[in-house]
Write a protein that binds this ligand. Sequence first.
Ligand code: PRX
Length: 636
Amino acid sequence: MPKASSVEKSQSEIYHPSEEIKKSAHIKDFEKLYKHSIENREEFWADEAKKLSWYKKWNTVLDDSKKPFYKWFTGGKINIIDNAIDRHLKTAHRNKLAFIWEGEPGDVRTFSYHALDREVSKFANVLKSMGVRKGEIVTIYMPQVPELVFAMLACAKIGAAHSVVYGGFSVEALAGRIQDAQSRVLVTADGGWRRGKITDLKSIANEAMGRSATIEVCITVKRTDHDVYMENDRDFWYHELMGLPIASAECETEKTDAEDMLFILYTSGTTGQPKGLLHTHGGYSVYTSTTHKYVFDIKDEDRWWCAADPGWITGHSYIVYGPLINGATIMMYEGAPNHPYPNRWWQMIEKYGITILYTSPTAIRGLMRFGDQWPQRHNLSSLRLLGSVGEPINPEAWRWYHKIIGKEKCPIMDTWWQTETGGFMITPVPVMPLKPGSATKPFFGNEVAVVDEIGKEVKAGEEGKLVIKNPWPGMARTIHGDPDRYIDVYWKEYEKQGWYKAGDSARIDKDGYVWVIGRIDDVIKVSGYRLGTAEVESALVSHADVSEAATIALPHELKGNAIYAYVILRAGLNGDAQLEDALKKHVAHEIGPIARPESVTFVDSLPKTRSGKIMRRVLKARALGVDEGDLSTLEE
Ligand code: PRX
């Protein structure tokens, strides 16, 4: 975590873009266009929407008659696949590389837009042959292989929705998401490669299918070719289905409505049950492509690498949809950044001539730790822009990224956004002066503020709650199956003003630059991954020896935050190192390795309010040795 003094220093430290960056940028005068976009929000978005292909133009740009359930481009007919694939086939993009993929063992596969269309159409026909229909939610649980992208796009093409579950999640996380989505079809793989080892996804999928009864068909991609259990009548191999006559490369794209569901993506909140944020074809197409194009200044010759996992919103919006709509060449890599050596990423940037790298502060800190000699061995001169996402970037990591990777010529786009927002909300564009650690200013059409409990804006430099004052096309439409929760979590607190509550705390400095500090709810960001304290706690209490559990996040040098657990054991049991280890493993088995607590402390009681709510802030203050604040509601 950044030291206070270094953050203060970075507030007055300014990096200006070079003349070259300014000359080639799509956006030359940010302030002027920003003003226009705020004064004429709907006109701005309609102008961007016109750049896409529509089967039928919309009647209304923004329908706010059922606030906060906003609708965009209603009456319009559009399919994101028509924009991400079909329209490119009619232009010179047809033979352009849509995507370059490298597996961890070093195998390489490339696909032109033409080849991508064939793969997607074939799999779309396979899904149809399994009875998948418009509106149905298909769960996808895969490693980072091309078939993950084909499966997502194939769902969208036939008007079905996808629910991608991150391949690093485990049994309970997968089972809960399948159950909530009521998925009938699961697409998975036998495994993937990570640090030279096989991640055994199919076994996890099998166990999850045992816990949730909805899956009738499971399609498995053969990636690692180890022995896996396949059940008769339920399990099918992807490659076998793709070889059947039903898998024709001709498939018409469904003419979906702008507001038809494109996908749901589960993300952690304040309760144990993750929420499935729902995004739609129209607004999401417009928002992801516009933000991607302007923030990363996308040009035809770019090779774009968003080094996230498609299983998270970053991968959905900026590996898959935004870049493909913009006709870019995308890079995707299966494995760990430091396998077999810490130069793996730098090697690929050199080999493929990557022009833009977009990654997380955790990845940057992790690679920085290995020393400058690894990137310095490689020619990284193809890079012209860099990006950061997922958590606040500490100024030290920012400066290293800027100097050692970007050679002081690549501006860093620090993009603040969320699963809920669909795309970048607070972000620079390349011509903007940068301050290390600040996501700078709101994107076109957006107005943000930092406010107190009653919605009064705090003074420049003071900390408060981050709110967004307006609707935007990429916003999630609801929480799948739970519209009341959508209102409660995001819109209730500032109902009077009609503002969206982000759940983050932030400061805005005297120059209008936004400094995001971190979550203010019970969401933890570990290595940029989003987890809920309640999810980890419910995994802990699902262990036979545990009676109660509380988890908190504490600062961690590499991961940003790490999870610390406090556990009350069942009567008569005593905690020891062996049980601590068993509990950590149990959490990893239930949720995934990212949720594994850093430490488990056995306690006799937990600080609670009189109504029985665990006061996590008290635990946190004690762990950090700081003032415990107001204790008047504490029970004891
Ligand atoms: O706390 C903020 C942090 O990540 C949260 C959203 O997490 P998720 O929905 O998983 O989406 C991550 C990728 C978009 C936010 O509430 N966050 C994201 N980007 C930044 C950030 N915090 C600071 N700076 C960022 N650039």
